[in-house]
Structures are given as C-alpha cells and as structure tokens.
Design a protein around this ligand. Structure first.
Ligand SMILES: CC(C)(COP(=O)(O)OP(=O)(O)OC[C@H]1O[C@@H](n2cnc3c(N)ncnc32)[C@H](O)[C@@H]1OP(=O)(O)O)[C@@H](O)C(=O)NCCC(=O)NCCS
Length: 181
C-alpha cells in the first residue's frame, strides 16, 4: 500500500494477478472508449516476455493498469522496456492514479536492473516522470512527423556507448496500426 503525496485516497499498487483479468477487461473500454486495446492487452498478458503488469486498487476496485514489455535494441545487452498501454478508469482520472502507477513501475524496473524505458505518448504527461524525446533509439515503425515528439525514453542507468538502434518489440506490438494515428 502506498500513500502518494498527490493523492487524498490510499491506493494499493501491486503486480496484476489472473483474478484481475475481468476488471482489466472492463477498464480498457472505459478508459479508451474510441480504441480497442483489449486484444493487445490480453495478448501481452498471456505471452512472455512481459516484464511487469501492475494495477492500482482503491477500496478493492481495480482503477488503473499499466504494462511494461521486455524489448531490445540490437547489439545492446541492456534491458529495455516499453511502457504501454496505461489506463485509468474514467471516474478516477486526473487524481494522481496514473502517475502513482508509472512511478511505482519505474521504481520496480530500476530495482530489477532495467536500464531504459520507452513510451509513445503525450510528452506533457510523460515528461513529469523523466521521459524525454528520444532520437537514438527509434520505434519499430516510422512515426508520422506530428508524432515524433511523442516517442520518448527515460534512462534508469547509463549505457556506454549510448543506446542507438531500432527497438525490437515482441509480437503483440508488431502491428503498424498501434504506431499510427
Ligand atoms: C492518461 C491517463 C493514464 C493519466 O492518468 P491519470 O490518473 O488520469 O493522470 P494523473 O492524475 O496521474 O495526472 C494528471 C495530469 O495528467 C494530465 N493528463 C491526464 N490525461 C492526460 C492525457 N491524456 N494527455 C496529457 N495529459 C494528461 C492532466 O492534465 C494532469 O496534469 P496536471 O497535473 O498538470 O494538472 C488517464 O487519464 C487515462 O487512462 N486516460 C485515457 C487513456 C489514455 O489516454 N491513455 C494514454 C496513455 S496510453
């Protein structure tokens, strides 16, 4: 159980368990009414190599979820993760839950020795966790110009030489539609 300093409510953040699946299946259509991310989420949850799937629980209800997938960059032995998707139930958005989940996830990955975490998302949101626009590591598919600033990375430890190359992602992420507007 953690008390996030930005939150008035106590939130428990823990790794997801098989018993969370029904709640996760309700969460995504609620958080993303115009996008069907459930096939991606269920595939990621069924197939390794997922690094971390964490949920936020308030008063026994699952209110948020995030997945960190194990990826790689050619010729580099450092562990690299991809954050996504991240979802918070509509009724609970903008109350610090997404932030608490991302921060807890990054802490756990750092303890597990993960060196870098990539994300495709709004820099105004992910910048607060240390993510910065990334040019050395490129996404698996080219992004449209208006999305370039959305490709970001945070380093939890340094790499020498700095990481360069295309991010290799596991099969569920190999869908061009996930990387285009
Ligand atoms: C995006 C999302 C995960 C953020 O989680 P949250 O718990 O609502 O956000 P937090 O309370 O931690 O953070 C709130 C801050 O994020 C900003 N924010 C919330 N949603 C945002 C979004 N979609 N884009 C950019 N900023 C966003 C708020 O403006 C607020 O900023 P402030 O602190 O400067 O006022 C959540 O709103 C959500 O699930 N949205 C729908 C799905 C989605 O768009 N997911 C994107 C990630 S793949």
């Amino acid at each position: 159980m953690i008390d996030d300093e930005n939150m008035n409510t106590r939130i428990e953040i823990r790794e997801s368990a098989p018993c969370d699946l029904a709640s996760i299946e309700k969460l995504y259509p609620d958080a993303f009414p115009e996008e069907n991310l459930l096939p991606l989420v269920t595939e990621l949850l069924q197939e390794p190599p997922i690094i971390l799937s964490i949920v936020g629980i308030i008063n026994s209800s699952l209110v948020g979820h995030a997945i960190f997938t194990k990826c790689g960059v050619a010729a580099c032995t450092d562990q690299v993760a991809l954050l996504g998707p991240l979802a918070v139930a509509r009724a609970w958005q903008r109350q610090g839950i997404g932030s608490a989940i991302v921060r807890a996830g990054l802490q756990r990955l750092e303890s597990a020795g993960v060196a870098h975490v990539c994300v495709l998302g709004d820099p105004n949101y992910y910048g607060r966790f240390g993510f910065e626009p990334e040019a050395g590591v490129v996404p698996p598919y080219p992004l449209p110009p208006e999305w370039r600033g959305a490709w970001q990375m945070v380093s939890l430890r340094s790499s020498e030489p700095p990481l360069r190359g295309r991010l290799s992602v596991p099969k569920p992420w190999l869908q061009p539609g996930l990387w285009a507007p």
